[in-house]
Ligand binder design. Structure first.
Ligand code: AGP
Length: 614
């Protein structure tokens, strides 16, 4: 994972690097570092822990760095080697003249390291990246040309990388290259920026070039040269980024997560706008580049995603099968890519990803594209790597999500699946006009129902306070809300580090029920509809085993008060739409428990917002 930045120009480089790293914190935050070229020498500064530690360190070195206008920076999510200062990037060669930052994983680093050690290189860190520093330095020693040294080194490297490199003897050169990891170059007047992602550079320039795999760019203050790994000159493909600088603010909320939870009603309105004009008219989904005939011919769909996006995919499966009668498989990308899958040109493959940069999902999408499938991507980042593989692209328009725990992007993905399923059902004529009209009417008023939940969030806060002392939770649901139980449990795990598991309620008695006693609260997602009575029975079975019972329900049945220890009541909604609103209290529950426990809600330990390594 990790984020990298680089700059060459005439501005003071430290501010550009540290503010760029701040925008890339979603890619990791366990250590960071920068290297600056003073014109004469290179100095490296690194700090373990949050980026603030690097900011504090740089404050102490203002006088020695203020005039530097060339540098590279890195924010890390540890893969090889613990998150210590010595393992933090930038890494240097033994003479300290060559410095490098890297995002990705060098798969053959052990072999390369053994060779380099034989040649006399002394390694200081446990990282795979340090290998690249020594390898480029080795070639530089022979060639005395930084670009050529990088080109030769990358020929020997297997794996994924985005690299930014400078050398003390080249005070007017910055070199960058990539393979299977994102990297772009921002173009200013007499200055260039390098970054893993747009937010790191957008406040300085909108003119940019995305690097393709195996391309190497050499930047001087005056010029940009682009070649491929075989030394062919390439003309640069400059584009204007469709982005505005966004001032990321918590808008008075204590955490980004709480702010993002509260944004959800507007996110839904936003996703619906332009697609659902009038409940009497068909859904307008011009983003789907499949003809009616193509859609009618489809006989199989695979949805591939990870984490929260995988839960949205589960709801998507339910909807598409229900509305369109097309069989849908949902699979974690990390599982999909290492087995023989039955995917071909007759399969529609849907990739779902908030970031569009999740490595496993990118690999899965690439594999299915090679097999001839139509690729439909549902993402919050229409400028992402994944979006570049799309034959059809549905942007979910949730806005930038800062908190590592996905909330508003999940709800936006759900709404996108409802729109897609209704659209396909209308095209295939597999749903009636009355059914789709009623569904659309209800979709439009969902934001108000969520606003009602948010307006009474103190009930959930009370519930969270009471249950924050428990160490384990079980969430049960059936049918379309099974995904909600998994998502609620995932939210709790990732930000409070409490063990929580979502189960299909009917499965409880096939094993998990053995764990139940008074130390294990069971939260039942009890929405009115086809499985209401069944879940109620499963709740009774849990009560009989002394479990402490919480209900999340849209029922006002007073009898529930006798069975459940705590009831979170939410507005009534038809069963098919219930996942959109039933997840909101679970997001709040996870948030408040984590907050009571004093956890780092927006940046939980060991996680990164975007998982860019397999
Ligand atoms: C969600 O809260 C998680 N942080 C995580 O599971 C995330 O959903 C997963 O890594 C997939 O990311 P993506 O949607 O950007 O592909």
């Amino acid at each position: 994972m990790c984020g990298i930045v680089g700059y060459i120009g005439s501005r003071s480089v430290v501010e550009i690097l540290t503010s760029g790293l701040r925008k890339l914190e979603y890619r990791g935050y366990d250590s960071s570092g920068i290297a600056v070229h003073s014109g004469k020498e290179i100095k490296v500064y690194k700090a373990e822990g949050k980026l603030q530690n690097l900011d504090d360190l740089m404050q102490k070195h203002v006088s020695e760095t203020a005039s530097s206008t060339l540098g590279i920076g890195h924010i890390r999510w540890a893969t090889h080697g613990a998150p210590t200062t010595v393992n933090a990037h930038p890494h240097t060669c033994n003479c300290g003249k060559l410095v490098i930052v890297h995002n990705g994983i060098i798969e053959n680093y052990k072999e390369l390291r053994a060779d380099l050690e034989k040649r006399g290189c002394k390694f200081r860190s446990q990282t795979d990246t340090e290998t690249v520093a020594h390898l480029v330095a080795y070639h530089y020693g022979k060639l005395q040309n930084l670009t050529e040294a990088v080109r030769q080194a990358t020929k020997e490297i297997d794996g994924a990388y985005a690299l930014c490199i400078m050398h003390q003897d080249n005070p007017n050169v910055l070199v960058a290259t990539k393979r299977n990891a994102p990297l772009l170059v921002g173009i200013g007047e007499g200055e260039y920026f390098v970054a893993s992602d747009v937010p790191a550079i957008i406040e300085y320039t909108k003119k940019a070039m995305y690097l393709n795999d195996n391309e190497i760019v050499t930047l001087t203050r005056e010029n940009m040269d682009l070649i491929d790994i075989d030394n062919n000159k390439i003309s640069s493909k400059i584009e204007m980024l469709p982005w505005e600088p966004v001032a990321l603010s918590k808008m008075g909320f204590k955490h980004f997560m709480l702010k993002e939870i509260h944004e959800q009603p507007d996110v839904i309105r936003n996703v619906l706008s332009g697609k659902l004009f009038n409940t009497d008219e068909p859904i307008n989904l011009s983003e789907v580049n499949l003809t009616k005939a193509d859609l009618k011919k489809l006989n199989r769909i695979q949805i591939i995603a990870c984490g929260t996006s995988l839960h949205a995919a589960m709801v998507g499966k339910y909807l598409i099968e229900e509305f369109c009668g097309i069989p849908v498989d949902v699979e974690a990308s990390s599982e999909y890519i290492y087995r023989k899958t039955v995917t071909d040109e007759k399969t529609l493959v849907i990739g779902v990803s908030q970031s569009g940069e999740t490595a496993d999902t990118i690999t899965a999408i690439k594999q299915s594209k090679e097999r001839g499938s139509h690729i439909l991507i549902i993402t919050n980042r229409p400028d992402s790597t994944m979006a570049r593989f799309a034959d059809s692209l549905i942007p979910v328009n949730a806005g930038i999500e800062v908190s590592v725990a996905a909330t508003k992007s999940y709800v936006a993905q759900l709404i996108s699946f409802y729109l897609l399923a209704i659209y396909m059902g209308e095209v295939k004529e597999s749903i009636s006009q009355v059914f789709s009209k009623n569904l659309k009417k209800e979709l439009v008023i969902l934001p108000q129902k969520i606003e009602q939940i948010l307006a009474h969030k103190e009930i959930i806060q009370r519930c969270a306070k009471h249950y924050s002392r428990y160490k384990d939770f079980i969430y049960i649901a059936r049918g379309i809300n099974l995904a909600t139980s998994l998502e609620g449990a995932l939210k709790l795990k990732e930000i409070s580090y409490i063990n929580a598991t979502g189960y299909a309620a009917g499965e409880l008695k096939h094993g998990p029920i053995a764990m139940l006693d008074e130390t294990m609260p069971v939260l039942a997602i009890l929405m009115k509809g086809s499985v209401y009575e069944k879940i109620l029975s499963n709740a009774e079975e849990s009560k009989a085993r002394n479990a402490n019972l919480i209900a999340l329900t849209d029922s006002d049945d007073p009898k529930l008060d006798d069975l459940f220890d705590f009831i979170i009541r939410i507005p009534e909604v038809s069963e098919v739409l219930s996942p959109i609103i039933s997840v909101i209290p679970l997001q709040l529950m996870a948030y408040y428990i984590a907050e009571f426990l004093g956890k780092d809600v927006d940046q939980p330990r060991n996680l990164a917002k975007s998982v860019t390594v397999e």
